[in-house]
Design a protein around this ligand. Structure first.
Ligand SMILES: [Zn+2]
Length: 353
């Protein structure tokens, strides 16, 4: 996230918080509940260059969050229970679902003991290529290429271009620029090819990140046995589905990941998360296919709280990202009140287009 954008978000949150406006707005926008998104949970690292830090929170922050949730007049529920409440129109109490994307090892080590301690249900969305050790964590690979070099070359629009990245500031700027360039590509194949080329050029082993960071099948099987845990599908290859041209390929990504998980765990996943999950990665076609495949719910990363009207859009649910750049409880309080996301969404409640 660019520094300026971050500042604007933070200032916006501070303004809402300090004016107490989120309380005033709550009856209007607080909705019936919220789904929280987390990725990594691990102790803070000292590196100055951490472009993916928004994807991690510390165990201390997580524990504060869990303690707050278990004391609040909010039910922390499983995805199945959330689905039941929507279908039966049971909105007596506000609820929160806790979800983790991608299945990182640090969840097992740092988050799971806390979730068990507070006895809170949670869901884990697994892209099956990750435990199969075939996943490409291209955003982590890009970080490594830039972290380990002081100058890198890339072919852009058919031309060799070189970028200085000796200082932390240059690294941050270059990461943001290259990340934006990759995300703007028409297909994910093109994105992956570019990152693979960079890794080959700068001796970064892209396969190592999947091996080192992601849970093994044994660990997933162990977690899945706990009644607190719901395992959801997150496709096979963790591609931005909206960029996949062929409908059948999108369907296969969802269906195959469900079958592989079912074979490994003996239980058919009924919930799905779209990889990356913003409006450029999942749209009406993906929402329709997930619904046709019979998933009870499917989640995006579009920001928002849940309203009764989401009952008719159960495969296009918004989430609240627990962002590592904003690890202060007061920010989370504002986000969960729905005030901030209502402003981002221009007070439109359901965004399923
Ligand atoms: Zn993911």
């Amino acid at each position: 996230m660019a520094g300026l954008k971050k500042t604007i978000i933070r200032t916006g949150l501070e303004t809402l918080y300090f004016t107490g406006m989120h309380h005033l707005m709550r009856p209007l926008v607080g909705g019936v509940g919220a789904i929280l998104t987390l990725h990594h949970v691990r102790p803070p690292r000292a590196d100055a260059f951490q472009p993916n830090r928004l994807l991690e929170v510390t165990p201390v922050f997580l524990e504060q969050l869990l303690r707050r949730l278990s004391r609040a007049r909010i039910d922390v529920v499983s995805l199945d229970e959330m689905h039941r409440r929507f279908i039966s129109g049971d909105f007596k109490r506000r609820f929160v679902c806790i979800t983790f994307d991608d299945g990182y090892k640090d969840l097992m080590r740092w988050a799971y003991p806390l979730l068990k301690k507070y006895q809170l249900p949670f869901a884990l969305y697994i892209p099956t290529s990750f435990p199969d050790r075939l996943g490409e964590l291209w955003w982590v690979a890009l970080e490594a290429v830039i972290a380990r070099n002081s100058r890198i070359g890339m072919v852009i629009n058919g031309k060799d271009q070189f970028f200085e990245c000796a200082t932390v500031r240059q690294k941050r700027e270059l990461y943001d620029a290259v990340y934006g360039y990759l995300r703007s590509m028409k297909t994910e194949d093109e994105l992956r090819r570019t990152v693979r080329d960079l890794c080959a050029c700068y001796q970064v082993d892209i396969a190592s990140f999947c091996r080192d960071l992601c849970m093994s099948w044994e660990e997933i099987v162990e977690l899945a046995a706990d009644p607190l845990v719901t395992i959801g599908a997150h496709t096979v290859n963790h591609q931005m589905l909206k960029k996949v041209a062929n409908d059948a390929a999108v369907r296969a990504e969802m269906e195959m990941s469900r079958s592989v998980l079912e074979a490994a765990l003996g239980k058919r996943p009924e919930h799905l998360a779209y990889p990356v999950g913003d409006a450029t990665s999942a749209g009406p076609r993906e929402f329709r296919i997930a619904s046709e495949l019979g998933f009870k719910t499917a989640v995006t990363t579009r920001p928002g709280v849940l309203f009764k009207a989401h009952r008719d859009h159960m495969t296009a649910l918004p989430r609240i990202s627990v962002n590592g750049e904003f690890q202060q409880q007061r920010y989370l309080k504002v986000l969960m009140s729905g005030a901030a996301t209502a402003m981002w969404n221009h007070f439109r409640r359901v965004d399923a287009a």
